[in-house]
Ligand binder design. Structure first.
Ligand code: ZN
Length: 247
């Protein structure tokens, strides 16, 4: 199957629509790695759009769980907490049960899935090579797909060594990977709705589960429209401003 892989949409409908437009015709099924809501002004529209995507496999993320009131949000920064409380009040009769029906980890297409990390699917930010080995030990498949950090990135078990070595590479736009090459990896497609790698464009990936070909992709969207909605909703304006920084 040709999979569109998306994560961390964060209620940014303009970014989600731009990704679905850019990837149109290039996928048959969708993997969504969680945090569909939280931060942005369109939690219901994004949840409903995701719920209706073809052959969907979707995880729940920490911000989704926060909006549902299912986890303690004391660890959130004040802006994230405000957004989680606002989102919880907005969730529609369609969006809420969709999000409530999701879990933060899973397996599909011969890969493992986790919103955050294999050993802590809700909270751990996988950013560093030292996090590779203990996480590689937590899944049986060769590859685990994660989101959560909002940074397109690959952790690879270094070739010819045991699992105690690991290298980190960033998923540069248009760069490709061969996920069929038998290397142990953790792969993050980046964030649709709030990229944090300095590139303001929405991030996603296209993955051919048969050939193993994985491509990191970016597409621009109307950031100003998203920012205006955040302000109009009464959400912290910083949540809009950061979209212009890609941080
Ligand atoms: Zn997120």
């Amino acid at each position: 199957m040709r999979r569109l892989v998306i994560s961390d949409i964060h209620a940014n409908l303009e970014a989600l629509n731009a990704v679905l437009d850019a990837a149109e015709g290039a996928y048959d099924g969708v993997l969504c790695l969680g945090d569909t809501v939280g931060y942005g002004a369109n939690p219901n529209e994004c949840s409903e759009r995701v719920a209706n995507l073809p052959h969907l496999v979707c995880l729940v993320g920490n911000h989704d769980l926060a909006a549902l009131g299912a986890i303690d949000i004391q660890a959130f920064n004040p802006f994230a907490r405000t957004a989680a409380e606002w989102t919880g009040k907005q969730l529609s009769v369609a969006a809420r049960p969709f999000l409530e029906g999701l879990v933060p980890e899973g397996h599909t297409d011969h890969v493992a899935l986790a919103h955050a990390s294999p050993r802590d699917p809700i909270w751990e930010y996988v950013e560093d090579a030292s996090q590779g080995p203990p996480n590689f030990a937590m899944f049986e498949e060769l590859v685990c797909l994660v989101g959560h950090t909002h940074i397109a990135l690959v952790l690879t078990s270094a070739p010819g060594t045991n699992t105690y070595n690991c290298e980190v590479t960033y998923g540069k736009p248009s760069s490709v990977l061969d996920l069929s090459d038998k290397q142990k990896r953790i792969v993050n497609p980046g964030s649709v709705g709030q990229p944090r790698d300095g590139d303001t464009r929405a991030a996603y990936a296209l993955w051919d589960t048969k050939s193993g070909n994985w491509e990191f992709c970016r597409t621009g969207y109307d950031i100003k429209a998203t920012q205006s909605k955040i302000v109009a909703a009464g959400l912290p304006s910083l949540l809009g401003e950061r979209l212009h920084l890609g941080r």
